[in-house]
Write a protein that binds this ligand. Structure first.
Ligand SMILES: *Cc1c(COP(=O)(O)O)cnc(C)c1O
Length: 406
């Protein structure tokens, strides 16, 4: 079937592109360090097809809540294939991952209490934990971090001495060792310099606290698939060069937690124009996609897109100075972008947004229209991997008046 015959709106993930990007990641890790593990960031997009596809390629599941942990287990990840991060872990899953020898990066004081109790309850077992480090990356890379001078809220702070105290406390537990440091930091720039600073911090902490680390976890936050921006082969040789001053691949594994960088190039969102109207001086294109589908946090100033026109091609159409491309929702803010100096668009034309794999499907609300179809393009053909939600899925787990939940 011609792709034009599929009912909009829908997401498409291109399997070949995804494979290429995953291979670029692992090839560059192999070439620059050799000893590595990939923990795919579930929160970026936890579409079941996607995470099971990446699992088959060897990725672990990087999860940051008990729900994500349960999803990873449901989709076939064993406890030892989990990278468990974040400050809202639950005690039961915390214990399971540690008992099985998964990667667990502690983030917060209550986890130290849980760890002490767990180690005491299993004196015959040796536990290996990681520590999430909070450090002043802004000072090392001015203007590049997400939170700027306000700083981030995750992990144990190096600067105020809490990190030193937690290291000391964990090292006092006889059957526990600090196996890794987790240094994920979010940056606006996603520059190579940010990752060099993170690697430099790992070296500094190793020296300062005389740590013997079996892993250094760089976290996520890479660029990928964007013209003129860094790619995996830019990051890892630079990182490896710094890490080699204090670490060797023989004894220390490099853990990475990519999310959006893996999905950017492979993902598109296909929408159709359903109506065209002129009001005042404005030409509005009403489309069946929404800003909520591709920019749920309402921060994207521009979108990468291309057009698929029905009937007359662009050269044969008048050029309009300005068309406002808007979404299906009845909120006025649901204006996706302003289309300047483009061909006049008509009902039936398609607008295909690119680089929409991360922080979109997983952040879509159930607002006015439910989750759209998701297809995978495999050998030129589309295969449905998530059927659009209907009223049926919407009411699951709900009671109507007078019913009792089974
Ligand atoms: C969000 C997150 C990631 C993934 O970030 P991307 O920007 O999607 O690469 C990885 N690790 C942790 C701890 C995160 O919070």
């Amino acid at each position: 079937m011609d792709e034009r015959a599929y009912q909009t709106p829908y997401f498409v993930i291109d399997e070949e592109q995804l494979s290429r990007d995953y291979r670029m990641l692992t090839d560059s890790l192999k070439n620059s360090w050799g000893n590595f593990l990939v923990g795919y960031s579930f929160k970026t997009n936890s579409l079941p097809w996607l995470v099971t596809f990446l699992k088959k390629k060897g990725a672990m599941a990087e999860v940051v809540s008990d729900d994500e942990y349960a999803l990873a287990r449901r989709l076939g990840f064993a406890d030892r294939e989990i990278v468990y991060n974040g400050p809202v872990k639950k005690r039961d899953s915390f214990e399971r991952v540690l008992l099985a020898g998964g990667i667990l990066n502690m983030d917060g004081r209550r986890e130290t209490d849980w760890l002490e109790a767990l180690a005491k309850a299993h004196p015959e077992q040796h536990f290996r934990v990681g520590i999430r480090v909070n450090f002043d990356l802004e000072k090392l890379c001015p203007g590049q971090t997400t939170m700027g001078e306000a700083g981030g809220r995750f992990g144990f702070s190096y600067e105020n001495g809490v990190l030193a105290r937690v290291l000391e406390r964990v090292r006092r537990i006889p059957n526990v060792s600090v196996a890794g440091l987790h240094l994920h930091s979010s940056s606006k720039s996603r520059s190579v310099a940010v990752f060099e600073a993170i690697a430099g911090m790992a070296c500094r902490l190793k020296r300062e606290f005389a740590l013997e680390l079996s892993y250094v976890d760089l976290g996520g936050g890479y660029c990928g698939g964007l013209k003129g921006r860094p790619e995996y082969p830019d990051y890892f040789p630079a990182v490896a060069k710094i890490l080699r001053k204090e670490f060797s691949p023989e004894s220390t594994c490099l853990v990475v937690e990519p999310g959006i960088s893996l999905l950017s190039k492979a993902s598109t969102f296909v929408t159709g124009v359903v109506d065209v109207r002129d009001i005042g001086k404005e030409r509005y294109l009403i489309t069946d996609g929404s800003r909520f589908n591709i920019d749920p946090t309402m921060i994207k100033p521009t979108h990468l897109f291309h057009l698929e026109l029905q009937g007359k091609q662009a050269e044969e159409r008048p050029v309009l100075p300005h068309q406002c491309v808007s979404g299906y929702s009845c909120m006025e803010v649901d204006r996706i972008f302003e289309f300047y100096d483009g061909p006049e668009l008509c009902e039936g034309d398609r607008i295909v947004y690119e680089n929409v794999g991360g922080y979109t499907m997983s952040l879509n609300p159930l607002f006015i229209q439910y989750f759209p179809d998701v297809y995978v393009r495999r050998q030129g053909k589309l295969q449905l991997v998530r059927r659009r939600w209907t009223a049926e899925q919407y009411v699951q787990n709900s009671l109507t008046d007078g019913e009792e939940l089974a």
